[in-house]
Design a protein around this ligand. Structure first.
Ligand SMILES: C[S@@+](CC[C@H](N)C(=O)[O-])C[C@H]1O[C@@H](n2cnc3c(N)ncnc32)[C@H](O)[C@@H]1O
Length: 239
């Protein structure tokens, strides 16, 4: 099996519909093509969640860890690989939620990390935290579903961090980053440009309007009413 065959006939492993029909999910094709280019049998990879990506990691012979609590999916993936002559000898399936595996995944020397398991708050962000601790410099990180606020936040944050280079946004759904320098995942907020900027925006939004701005806004409103031929009615003070 090669990547073209995999993308043409992807494994249907997810039981997500009410009618019991199994479905495929997966990353955008361009992301799979990128993975096909950079993954090798020397790659030590990890993903949260499972699906087409898992087969691709196996197909490329990576030393791969797949963390997915849905063991029926894992079994279907193993069967799909067997039927298609793809060895899973180098794939370790951890049939647990990522949040029950964070400490075993921490500090391993990963070359490639895919975060695509639970997308709720804070799981995807903490998945990133623990998996990025071991990611080697020049290693890759993929965050899928960046249209979801948790993943969007992580993407926007990493764009402002100098240790991370956005290799490809590809589209609004998936972001690929490369870790280009040592990274302190537990840095204090004051040294994180995204957090500093967003905090300032929050503070600014809470400040009362300045008198100057308020009076200019009032004059503008009066002009508008006049131009519409409307009269000002005095509103009596109730207190
Ligand atoms: C969108 S799918 C992954 C698709 C896959 N990357 C692909 O290319 O086809 C999401 C996966 O996350 C798994 N999942 C859900 N909650 C999880 C959790 N807490 N930890 C790890 N995986 C989880 C689901 O069982 C499912 O396999």
């Amino acid at each position: 099996m090669n990547i073209d065959e995999l993308l043409k006939s992807p494994p249907k492993v997810h039981n997500w519909t009410n009618d019991g029909q199994l479905t495929s999910s997966g990353l955008p094709e361009a992301v799979f093509r990128f993975m096909d280019k950079v993954l090798t049998p020397q790659t030590k990879s990890v993903e949260t969640g499972a699906g087409i990506s898992t087969v691709l990691f196996a197909l490329k012979g990576c030393n791969h860890t797949c963390v997915n609590p849905d063991d029926e999916e894992n079994q279907r993936l193993k069967e799909f690989c067997k039927e298609n002559g793809v060895s899973t000898d180098n794939v370790t399936f951890v049939a647990k939620k990522s949040n029950d595996s964070w400490y075993e995944l921490k500090d391993q020397a990963w070359d490639f990390v895919l975060v695509d398991g639970c997308h709720g708050f804070p799981t995807s962000i903490v998945d990133f935290y623990f998996l990025s601790l071991g990611l080697k410099i020049n290693g890759y990180l993929i965050i899928d579903d960046t249209h979801i606020i948790t993943c969007a936040l992580l993407k926007d944050f990493l764009i402002t961090e100098s240790a991370w280079k956005l290799v490809e946004p590809f589209n609004s759904k998936t972001a690929i980053f490369q870790k280009v320098a040592e990274y302190d995942a537990a840095n204090e907020w004051i040294r994180q440009p995204y957090v500093v900027t967003k905090t300032k925006e929050l503070e600014d939004a809470k400040k009362p309007l300045s008198m100057d701005f308020a009076s200019r806004a009032g004059q503008h409103a009066l002009k508008m009413l006049n131009s519409l031929g409307l009269k000002i009615v005095t509103v009596q003070k109730l207190i």
